[in-house]
Design a protein around this ligand. Sequence first.
Ligand code: PRP
Ligand code: URA
Length: 209
Amino acid sequence: MDRKVVIMDHPLIQHKLSILRDVDTSTMEFRELVNEIAMLMMYDATRDLPLEDKQVTTPCGVADCKVLAGRKLAFVPILRAGLGMVDGALRLVPARVGHIGLYRNEETLEPVEYYCKLPGDIGQRDVFVLDPMLATGGSAIDAIGQIKKRHPRSVKFLCIIAAPEGLEALKKAHPDVDIFCAGMDDHLNENGYIVPGLGDAGDRIFGTK
Ligand code: PRP
Ligand code: URA
């Protein structure tokens, strides 16, 4: 099956993304919007989960229903900013949660790993990697590389805003990973920030600027 790159053009996602970008949006509202967008994105990213039949007794009879076929999921946020997407994703579907801590060296823009804790049975799970920003792609490429060493069933990457540079790099490094994003932006500036973007996602989620 061909890998998918999905730009999520649902009106609710696009509306919320516009508020998220606004420099005047408060930390509290920003955090809530990141979770809401993550939930809406997860709705689409889980569209191919397999179902199985189940009969359910209703007050008026028996209904032939469908339920998720016991498929096991894992969400892996890239710290810090990816943490902002976890609650929204978990509101929609249960999953184990792993964590990968990376920060970008401000000069080289290369990712530096400082933490990695993944579910022990990640090899039997479909993994959704969460990070609001795909800039150079270095962090996502590195995180997915760490996860793939444990041989998960599949890996999908969800970001809110992508730069063309990061998207191309990620596609090349991990051709088997489906990529979902809400906004595809113009370019990176000289500091590796996405333009127009939304600024520093971690700082805006946690109010650290
Ligand atoms: C941000 C963002 C990504 C990364 C994207 O994290 O959340 O992880 O930058 O950039 P890249 O595609 O060029 O690697 P940052 O390093 O600012 O750390 P933080 O989440 O702790 O603020
Ligand atoms: N990380 C962010 O938080 N924002 C960007 O624009 C690029 C990397």
